[in-house]
Design a protein around this ligand. Structure first.
Ligand code: HEC
Ligand code: HEC
Ligand code: HEC
Ligand code: HEC
Ligand code: HEC
Ligand code: HEC
Ligand code: HEC
Ligand code: HEC
Ligand code: HEC
Ligand code: HEC
Length: 312
């Protein structure tokens, strides 16, 4: 046990020594990514590129990569485009790794970025829905210019990156009940990890409920009287992306409740003969206003000793 305590700092120290000693351009095997770049040398100076690509060198200069790469061995532009010695001698598209080349498979392009970024929140990228759908890192990120305050997104706001493809979600956010995404206080990444997650639907956490509890901790309980659908999945009743019903509900009560609860077993039996909206008949007490919630106020569960029916 003591040996572990001594070894750990040594291993950590060794890691840092090795990490710093990495030669310029280490990472991907450029000869495999683009055979025409095999044996090419690194130029290591972006001012050389500026002779022919001035506008890219300028816009790239504003990005975090441009600020950190020079301190990491000097590969700079070539950290992503590969050794450019041959390219500078014989300028063409051939001797350089191009992310715009459609004949290069997405895994190869992503492999360049992942050679430095495979840890942390990208741990689940491989096999995620976005990986399987052949998205590239560049579907959401644009690294040649700083367009967003952080995160190098394709546009100024990460949500807009998502709306390129998920147009129906943008429409949903316009509905009257929504979490404050529209207002800029939250983004899709509050709940989703677009790089892949441990659970369903690219969520950040292992389940829908764990995701919600991050901010709605009071719903976690423990509760004396649980309402099973709430414990099982908040999305049984809520659509987190927006709804035209109050409180992001998928359906309006009483219909929401009646999608599971049979009318027949309710003790007060006043559903009989009732018509709902505009039917002209008498409207049952359960169906007006807050409907069932007039009496069953604690629909997420109750901690009151006499709350098994969620009335208190
Ligand atoms: C002497 C001029 C010259 C220099 C210096 C030069 N390039 Fe190029 N570069 C070109 C030309 C010409 C092309 C081909 C453009 C085309 O076909 O549209 C090109 C293409 C590229 C492409 C591919 C663009 C695409 O459309 O796919 C990249 C990436 C690139 N260069 C990066 C660099 C980097 C990084 C450097 C510095 C290490 C550099 N270049 C230095 C002239 C140059
Ligand atoms: C962090 C990785 C990365 C670095 C560093 C980087 N690039 Fe790029 N570059 C890309 C990607 C990705 C694209 C494709 C952008 C897109 O269109 O989505 C690209 C596109 C380009 C293009 C092609 C544009 C076109 O019209 O086809 C040129 C030229 C280029 N980069 C030059 C440079 C130069 C010069 C530098 C250094 C000043 C540099 N890049 C640094 C990743 C990088
Ligand atoms: C040579 C290693 C390397 C490569 C290759 C690389 N990055 Fe980075 N990237 C870094 C470092 C270092 C940072 C600085 C932050 C950090 O330490 O994580 C960074 C930061 C970022 C950030 C955060 C920027 C910000 O302003 O918040 C994004 C997004 C990013 N990289 C995306 C990419 C993408 C996409 C690619 C491939 C086109 C790529 N990176 C290629 C090393 C790399
Ligand atoms: C579907 C869109 C999308 C794709 C595809 C995508 N990203 Fe991201 N990326 C994001 C969003 C959104 C964030 C902000 C996450 C957050 O705020 O928690 C982000 C953040 C990042 C960051 C900075 C934050 C951090 O903590 O590291 C890096 C680096 C990064 N992505 C790299 C990549 C790489 C590498 C790929 C390709 C393997 C990739 N991304 C693919 C949307 C995407
Ligand atoms: C380039 C297009 C594109 C972009 C940009 C994009 N997605 Fe996707 N997304 C897809 C495709 C394709 C799928 C898989 C097919 C489907 O379920 O529609 C998908 C699936 C998903 C899923 C469902 C995953 C599952 O396993 O059920 C979620 C959640 C998601 N995307 C969130 C996001 C978020 C958040 C962003 C922005 C950070 C984003 N997407 C950006 C194309 C995109
Ligand atoms: C408050 C948390 C939350 C936020 C914020 C959020 N989502 Fe979701 N998203 C979820 C949950 C939970 C699911 C799974 C829903 C289910 O199982 O019914 C989901 C599912 C999805 C799906 C897959 C839907 C399907 O039908 O398979 C897509 C695509 C998606 N979200 C995109 C987005 C986009 C784009 C944004 C940003 C505009 C966003 N989400 C913001 C929680 C959220
Ligand atoms: C990143 C934090 C965050 C996460 C994660 C989150 N929420 Fe929210 N939620 C909020 C905020 C902030 C509000 C607005 C609170 C307010 O206006 O008082 C809100 C409001 C709501 C409302 C009330 C909406 C209304 O119109 O009154 C519901 C319902 C809700 N969230 C359900 C969920 C569900 C279900 C999940 C999981 C899928 C979830 N939330 C995940 C932050 C979050
Ligand atoms: C059985 C259906 C149902 C389930 C499942 C459900 N809710 Fe609700 N939720 C409602 C109803 C109905 C309201 C409106 C309550 C009202 O108006 O008094 C509501 C309101 C809310 C609100 C806003 C008001 C408040 O109480 O703070 C939040 C936040 C919320 N729910 C979060 C969640 C979370 C998180 C989950 C999962 C743990 C969840 N809900 C599961 C039915 C449900
Ligand atoms: C997704 C299905 C589902 C929805 C929607 C739903 N419930 Fe339930 N509810 C259940 C289940 C399952 C039980 C547990 C029944 C049991 O233990 O016999 C339950 C229990 C209850 C109980 C306690 C009854 C008892 O027998 O212990 C009440 C009261 C209740 N629900 C009211 C509501 C109200 C009000 C709504 C609408 C806001 C609602 N439910 C929506 C599935 C649902
Ligand atoms: C006027 C108040 C009131 C309204 C409105 C109301 N309930 Fe009830 N409900 C009660 C009372 C009181 C009980 C408890 C009866 C008992 O303990 O014997 C109850 C019991 C229940 C039970 C448990 C039944 C059982 O067999 O044990 C369910 C499920 C339920 N209500 C669902 C609903 C649904 C769904 C709605 C809306 C359509 C609704 N309630 C509207 C007062 C109400």
């Amino acid at each position: 046990m003591k040996r572990g305590v001594v070894l750990l700092p040594l291993v950590v120290a060794l890691f840092f020594v090795l990490a710093r000693a990495l030669p310029a351009g280490s990472g991907p095997d450029w000869g495999v990514l683009n055979p025409a770049q095999k044996d090419a040398s690194f130029v290591g100076d972006r001012s050389v590129c500026a002779n022919c690509h001035p506008q890219y060198v300028e816009s790239y200069g504003e990005t975090l990569h441009a600020r950190v790469f020079p301190h990491r061995g000097g590969a700079d532009c070539e950290s992503c485009h590969g050794p450019a010695g041959k390219h500078v001698a014989e300028p063409s598209r051939e001797h350089i790794f191009s992310f715009k080349d459609r004949s290069v498979r997405p895994e190869k392009k992503n492999g360049v970025c992942l050679s430095c970024h495979e840890k942390g929140i990208r741990m689940h990228w491989k096999g995620s829905s976005h990986d399987v759908a052949n998205l590239t890192c560049n579907s959401c990120h644009y690294v040649m210019e700083k367009r967003s305050p952080r995160g190098l997104f394709v546009n100024e706001d990460s949500k807009k990156a998502c709306f390129q493809c998920h147009k129906e979600r943008r429409a949903q956010l316009q509905r009257s009940s929504h979490m404050p995404l529209r207002e800029g206080l939250m983004d899709c990444a509050a709940c989703h990890n677009p790089h892949g997650g441990p659970g369903p639907s690219l969520l950040k956490t292992a389940s829908v409920n764990e995701t919600c509890y991050q901010c709605h901790a009071e719903k976690r309980g423990p509760l004396l009287w649980e309402h099973p659908p709430a414990r099982e999945n908040c999305a049984n009743c809520h659509d987190p992306h927006g709804s035209n019903y109050e409180s992001l509900l998928k359906i309006r009560p009483p219909f929401l409740c009646q999608s599971c609860h049979s009318v027949q077993f309710h003790p007060s039996n006043i559903y009989e003969g009732s018509k709902i909206v505009g039917g002209g008949g008498s409207v049952a007490q359960q169906l007006v206003g807050k409907a069932c919630l007039n009496c069953h106020t604690q629909v997420h569960g109750s901690n009151h000793p006499s709350g098994p029916r969620f009335q208190r």
